[in-house]
Design a protein around this ligand. Structure first.
Ligand code: ADP
Ligand code: ADP
Length: 222
């Protein structure tokens, strides 16, 4: 089982890179933000609980998040591996992932940090539009869709996330960047951290991720 973690602040470009990388590696993306948004849309108990935190720009509590992630990893399509986008986001989540993978005789193959400075994160989130079908991200200035309001990939409608308004963007940066620092340290200590410059074009970031993964011994499906 090949497990690649994509790390980065909110707005760094994880959701843009994850599907591109999934196509290259031949394994699915598991994005906890997308799983939470699906639960909110379906009106499940977990969705109602998670929404309170998401609307406030806070992290959903570890216990709920870890349970959701482990359920997703147990599904058959995750058997060969996954790209994790947005998990782990705390040191407790990182430790829980290590334990779950150790039980399957494996470990995180690489944790790639997409590094972007704070002012650019705000610009990216403020102009972000995502599709209803699968959450594919666009940017009204730097990465517009071919047809306004429509996803290039699956044709679904684009919308702006409720938590991408200025006040919530600020709250997310304030509340989440500290924990991201701990997750970065977790993977630096275990020796699998790789950092790429996220300020480049989408294509250049994808190339840098490939190079980082090759260095870490993670090969594409071919
Ligand atoms: P994350 O999943 O890390 O929160 P996204 O992938 O949703 O980030 O990207 C945030 C915003 O930045 C989106 O509007 C996206 O289109 C845009 N974006 C992503 N990568 C780049 C890039 N390399 N250059 C410019 N804009 C980008
Ligand atoms: P972004 O990459 O722009 O921060 P996500 O879609 O990954 O957005 O996450 C949206 C929200 O979902 C987060 O602000 C947080 O409230 C919640 N969330 C997602 N993943 C996690 C996680 N691993 N732990 C706690 N909360 C999470």
């Amino acid at each position: 089982m090949k497990v690649v973690v994509l790390l980065g602040a909110p707005g760094a470009g994880k959701g843009t890179q994850a599907p591109l990388l999934a196509a290259r590696l031949g394994i699915p993306v598991v994005a906890t933000g997308d799983l939470f948004r699906a639960a909110v849309r379906d009106g499940t108990a977990l969705g109602l609980e998670a929404r309170r935190y998401m609307d406030a720009g806070q992290l959903v509590p570890d216990e709920i998040t870890i349970r959701l992630l482990l359920e997703r990893l147990a599904r058959p399509d995750a058997g060969d591996g996954v790209i994790l986008d947005g998990f782990p986001r705390t040191a407790v989540q990182a430790a829980a992932l290590d334990t779950a993978l150790a039980a399957r005789d494996t470990s995180v193959a690489a944790a790639v940090l997409v590094d972007v400075p704070a002012d650019e994160l705000i610009r990216r989130m403020s102009g972000r539009w995502v599709c209803r079908g699968a959450g594919h991200p666009y940017h009204e200035v730097s990465s517009p869709p071919r047809t306004p309001g429509v996803c290039d990939i699956d044709g679904s409608e684009l919308y702006q996330r409720a938590d991408d308004q200025p006040a919530t963007i600020r709250a997310r940066m304030d509340q989440q960047l500290g924990a991201l620092g701990q997750v970065i340290e977790h993977y630096r200590t275990s020796g699998v951290l790789r950092t790429v410059d996220g300020l480049q074009s989408i294509e250049a970031v994808a190339g840098a991720i490939d190079a980082a993964l090759a260095e870490a011994g993670v090969a594409a499906a071919g």
